[in-house]
Each structure stands twice: as C-alpha cells, then as structure tokens.
Design a protein around this ligand. Structure first.
Ligand SMILES: Nc1nc2c(ncn2[C@@H]2O[C@H](COP(=O)(O)OP(=O)(O)OP(=O)(O)O)[C@@H](O)[C@H]2O)c(=O)[nH]1
Ligand SMILES: [Mg+2]
Length: 391
C-alpha cells in the first residue's frame, strides 16, 4: 500500500519525516516504495528546517501563516492553527496536486499532535478539504496524544486534544491514535527522546505497507495482505501494534519427533509475538470494543505454517471477540517472527472520552471565571465613574 503523507506542526512534521525515512529503508532493503511523497506543513520555520528526509524545497516543507506568525508558530492556540490552515490551504493542495507520483497513491495519511496549536488546528481542516477534493481516496489521520504531565501542567492540552479529536472524527475515514505516554511507560529512559518514540510509532507500518507491494513470488504469502484488506479494516478510532520474537537458530534433524518440536516452538514464538503486539498497542483500549481487526504475520516461509496462522487467528479472536478479522502472511525476514496488529472501528476509547468530559467541565469553569472577571471589572468601572478622564 502506498501512502501520501503530510505532517502538520512540529510533531506531525517529524513523524512524516520518519515515514520518509521508512520509505528509504523499504527502497534500500526491499526494492519497493511505500510512500508516494511526504510533506511537512508548519507555521514555524525552525521546525521545518530541522527535518532530515522530507525534500527541502518549499513545495515539500510548506510554511503557512507566515504573515500572521512571522514564522514562529501559533503558541498552542489551535483555533489560530485552523484559521491559518483555511487561509493557506491552497499552498498544500497545490503541492499535492503537482507531485509526480500522485496517481499511485492508495490513501492519504495526515499526521499531527492533538495538544499543540498548528498541527491540532490544521489537521481537521486539510482532512476536510482533501476529502472533498479526492472523494475516491481514503483519508486517514494519525493523531498523537500528549504525555500525562502535559495534561496537568498546561491548561490548553486537554482542550486542544478534545477539539482536535472531535473535528477529525467528523471528517477522517479512520484515525490512528498514538499515546505518547505509552512509550514512556514501556521504557522510561526514552521520556526525553522524542526521536526514539517517533521511530517506534512508525515501525508497525513497515511490514504492513510493504506486504502488498512485493512483486517477487518468493515474498508473496499464501494469503497476501494488500491495500484492499487494509482499507476494509480501517474505520473510525484505530490503534496499531507490533511484536517481534527471535527464533533460536537450532537446526533440528529432520526426523518426525524433532520436526514436531520445532513447529511447536515456532507456534509458541508466534503467539508470543502476537501477545507482544497486543501489549504494545499504540493506545490502551479494550479489544472487545473493536469491530474490525487485522493481523499480519511476517517471517521466513519455513517458519510460518498453517498451524501457526490458525493459532494466531484463534488468539486474536479470543480477545477481539466482536471483530471481523482479516489476516495475511508475509514471507520475509529469517530468524524472527513479526506480528502487526490493527484494531479498528473502536466503539469506545476511554482516553478520548475522558478528554471530552474534562473539556466540557473546563468550558463551564472558564465561563464562570469570565463572569467573575466581568463583575470585578464592573466594580472598578463603578468606582472610577465620577473621576474625570484625560482621553
Ligand atoms: N511523539 C512525539 N510527540 C511530539 C513531538 N513533538 C511534539 N510532540 C507532542 O506534541 C504536542 C505539542 O505539539 P507540537 O506538534 O509541538 O505543536 P505544533 O503543532 O507545532 O503547534 P504550535 O507549536 O503551538 O504552533 C505535545 O503533546 C508534545 O508532547 C515529537 O516529535 N514526537
Ligand atoms: Mg510548533
């Protein structure tokens, strides 16, 4: 599957850059392309300059709102991010329209953080505009949710997240949710290492996007997972995960008993990889809330067998009980078994619901605060009403 990737704001731009890097890897390691082009859109010149893999010209690193922000961002005001995106949307659309390999694009992937200003405000606007313009192409979003400490220290964090999430839900075909906090919980040492988090965020997309683009028969599985399967799976709130287990490089003699033992080890390792993928999903959720799911098993063809595929299907069905499950195998890496999982059309996402509830109460608190302030101002105005003014 080939994506056209656009990142908005600092976070979105950096993750789009990481996708451009993933494409370079697919090209070098596997001789295939999984991205038709990658763009970064920002109100901040410095952020655009800091990218590495997205092409450097102004049509790939697109500055918007230059006059309003003087190239310094919108300071977390996502309404301003949205307004600028509306005014400058033609810059983005023109760049996409003229990109060389546009026709090969299977779907759009727009990326931003929910908590910032530029990305959070711009992503729903451009999703809507592109959706209206290219009705036939699926439009996906990848939205990064903030770290826990940001929710308690910055007032705008929750409000921006709620307004961004509501807006993208209304326009995107599917939204991949990625929780920054998940990566800290997994490995605390990466708390300050956003680059490491970004590489973990894009990793599950590698095999998933490559599998359907393979042309050589030896890399095509017995059940190839292609763009059609992915598109059929992606609806509404979506999460993704990836697990890997190394296989011991023991050579068993080919007698029946040992062969059986080897297969049992592989099955066990495959189930382990699936469990890891589930435990490393991009956001904590209840798998029984998913209406659709997908898994891709990747490994050396000798290591993948029907037994394993059946075992994994049963294992996923056991947790995502309400989901229609699609699956595929991808004969590729030797010595390890990789499992990629998607859970989609989630009917409830605790963290998202929480942003909505907190924002409703935040709005009423702010309203009360404003009313209080108006009364205070009235008090001052009453007190000086008989003083002559020099104006
Ligand atoms: N995973 C990840 N999160 C990031 C990265 N950069 C920023 N964030 C998160 O994104 C949120 C801040 O949004 P930014 O993308 O910096 O904001 P912006 O869209 O550039 O908007 P303004 O700077 O306000 O104009 C916070 O929750 C950060 O933790 C990144 O490179 N990777
Ligand atoms: Mg910024």
């Amino acid at each position: 599957m080939k994506l056209l990737v656009i990142g908005f704001g600092q976070c979105g731009g950096r993750i789009a850059d990481e996708f451009a890097r993933l494409n370079r890897r697919a090209h070098v390691q596997r001789g295939i392309d999984i991205i038709t082009d990658a763009f970064a859109v920002n109100t901040d010149i410095a952020d655009l300059s800091g990218l590495s893999f997205i092409r450097r010209d102004y049509q790939h690193r697109i500055l918007i709102g230059g006059q309003k922000t003087s190239g310094h961002g919108v300071g977390k005001i996502n309404e301003l991010g949205a307004e600028i995106a509306k005014e400058d949307s033609d810059k983005v659309i023109e760049a996409i329209r003229t990109t060389q390999r546009f026709a090969e694009t299977d779907a759009f992937l727009l990326i931003a953080s929910a908590a910032g200003g530029t990305g959070s405000g711009a992503i729903p606007i451009l999703t809507q505009y592109l959706k209206e313009r290219y009705i036939e192409k699926p439009l996906y979003n990848l939205v990064i949710l903030p770290f826990q400490y940001e929710e308690t220290t910055e007032e705008r964090t929750i409000y921006n997240s709620a307004t961004c999430l509501k807006s993208v839900y209304l326009v995107a075909d599917a939204i991949f949710l990625v929780d920054n906090q998940r990566y800290v919980s997994k490995d605390f040492s990466i708390k300050d290492n956003l680059a490491k988090i970004n590489s973990l965020v894009v990793e599950p997309f590698y095999d998933l996007l490559c599998a359907g683009e393979e042309k050589k028969p030896k890399y095509i599985g017995s059940r190839m997972l292609d763009a059609g399967d992915i598109i059929q799976t992606l609806v509404g709130w979506t999460i993704i995960g990836h697990g890997k287990t190394r296989l011991p490089l023991i050579r068993f003699p080919l007698d029946g008993k040992r062969d059986f033992a080897k297969k049992a080890t592989e099955t066990q390792k495959g189930v382990q990889a699936m469990n890891q993928a589930i435990s490393e999903l991009s956001l904590k959720c209840n798998p029984t809330d998913a209406k659709r799911a997908l898994y891709l098993l990747s490994g050396s063809p000798k290591e993948m067998n029907m037994n394993l595929i059946k075992e994994l299907a049963a294992s996923l069905k056991g947790i995502a009980t309400e989901a229609i499950i699609r699956s595929g195998d991808y004969p590729r890496e030797k010595g390890s078994l990789d499992v990629t999982i998607i859970l989609s059309e989630l009917i409830s996402v605790g963290k998202v619901m929480d942003y909505f509830t907190k924002t409703i109460s935040f709005i009423s608190t702010v309203k009360k605060r404003w009313e209080g302030m108006e009364d205070e101002h009235k008090g001052i105005e009453d007190a000086f009403k008989d003083i002559p003014s020099l104006l």
